[in-house]
Design a protein around this ligand. Sequence first.
Ligand code: DLL
Length: 433
Amino acid sequence: MIYNIEFETLPREAIEAIQLKRLQATIERVYATVPFYRKKFDENKVCPEDIKKLDDLRRVPFLTKQDLRENYPYGLFAVPMDQVVRIHASSGTTGKPTVVGYTKRDISTWAELMARALSAGGASRGDIIHNAYGYGLFTGGLGVHYGAENLGASVIPVSGGNTQKQITIMKDFKPTILTATPSYTLHLADVAGEMGIDFKKLDFRSGIFGAEPWSESMRTQLESRLGLKAVDIYGLSEVMGPGVAIECVEVRKGLHVFEDHFIPEIIDPETGEVLPPGETGELVFTSISKEAFPVLRYRTRDITRFIQEPCLCGRTHIRMEKVSGRTDDMLIIRGVNVFPSQIESVLMNIEEVKPHYQLEVDRKGSLDILSIKVEVSEDIFSDEVRKLQTLEKRIAYSVKETLGVSVRVQLVEPRYIERSEGKAVRVIDKRTF
Ligand code: DLL
């Protein structure tokens, strides 16, 4: 169901008119209130009055993660602290966390967009939402929570962890919608199995999965194993949190970006040039309704492309393809670019392996070596060594055939790979540069 029929089905010209008006207002405000933006604009010889049409956004300089770090913690806030009612942070792998703030109105906008998102994902008033995204500084838990309440659904705020208890809650409280990272969902399914509970017999209709990349093959696995429709939700703390884009449960092909609140662009990550429609590159976002922490042309490092064709669901907001990876997660193995999600796709198509895997990159001399650790069932693991070796070779051959890189494969026993309650750690990089 379309939650906000008026805004989610606007004709293109109306979307663009709203975007331009809100963009101009945002730029004027940040220029006046955030010294960082004023300096950047001045250095690039752009002023708010130069933004006369949407295309003029290209004149605005990019904002990078590095800029956020340099202005840690509150340097990019565009309102005084007495208007900030919530603070979140994303940890990232290196350096200081990114700190983001919300005014009362920002929280209510977020709740509106999350209500739209949950509704697109198949939820409605009367549903019971089992929310296993982490509550805390991470935006997943509270983002879904406020959206669910706004929608009028009942939300169970379980957060991540206490997995056995979660399964009991699922059995007893009969939730109909699951919200969690796809990797934690697989762990939930494993634990349910160990407890003798068939996940498929639970009451879930939809699973709204995001916060990390997951492949189409993973979707097939999740849907057949869990007996629900798996919907992709995207977002990032810097831009808001979950609910920046979502697939519609009807089509599940590309994520609608809420264009009345965010302007997305796809750029060439090397040159920074905006790419022609339909080309794959780095996703960039400008927020056009946020008060406390507006972002202008924020480089997400996420890789995707736009789908221009209208969607059968009736929403008119542009779709982006599933994010295939991040520019900084891309491995270059002997000259071939590889994303963890591509390896995942290959693994998911091999019947004998489990969907738990980890990649390790190391360097011998000037050669990068990629090893894949992947779990197999107890039965297979205790099979003859020769049979295991044959399977390892078959997987390595499949990866080579599909991606063109040689890898080492190591089959490991069930539970060898550490389970995460939130985002899975897919790559361990042992190279020193
Ligand atoms: O992960 C917000 C979120 C929470 C999204 C719950 C969806 C569900 P951060 O912790 O700031 O925010 O991480 C943002 O995670 O730039 C992507 O690299 C990745 N990411 C988020 N959603 C997806 C997705 C939350 N659906 C970073 N597919 C982003 C692929 C995703 N990657």
